[in-house]
Write a protein that binds this ligand. Sequence first.
Ligand code: GDP
Ligand code: MG
Length: 180
Amino acid sequence: MSLQKRTLLKVIVLGDSGVGKTSLMNQYVHMKFSQQYKATIGADFVTKELQIDERNVTLQIWDTAGQERFQSLGVAFYRGADCCVLVYDVNVIKSFDNLDNWHEEFLKQANPTDPKTFPFILLGNKIDLDGGNSRVVSETKAKDWCASKENIPYFETSAKEDINVDEAFHCIAKTALANE
Ligand code: GDP
Ligand code: MG
């Protein structure tokens, strides 16, 4: 029997209000999706235990409680983050255009030791919407943005249809662990 310690990884999720941050977390942690829009209330984070390369990992995923509109997330939110997940909605150009602001805001607030190597991951969410017909940001455009930022990994997701959600969070955990 091995008494292996569990590694705690703090992940924070940022992006415009309404892009599906809370839904992605709910789908990943609780395997649930709700059509209703409700501002996040209550807990600051949810946790999920998983194994990465035979290591026991607890992912602590921090969600914004609707304050993203006012950009008033306190220092506790950013403190000690191991990975930052940026989310946009592939159907809303503004949410894509704002990625630079979220990226900058994170680096400013979290102030990581090495901003160039700090792990980010980008998720383009709601790819299911209108069968893809209302999409305004192409995969190429998103990948170009990622390439311009030290090659951030990119996933296209649907919290509603549970597309790529596990894969994305697995990559998030792996990336955070590598940085730990
Ligand atoms: P947040 O403000 O970023 O946390 O966004 P929410 O998770 O609260 O989602 C905002 C709205 O978008 C809700 O009505 C969700 O049901 C809906 N939504 C979230 N993810 C998806 C998705 O992948 N596809 C579709 N069609 N709707 C989604
Ligand atoms: Mg939310």
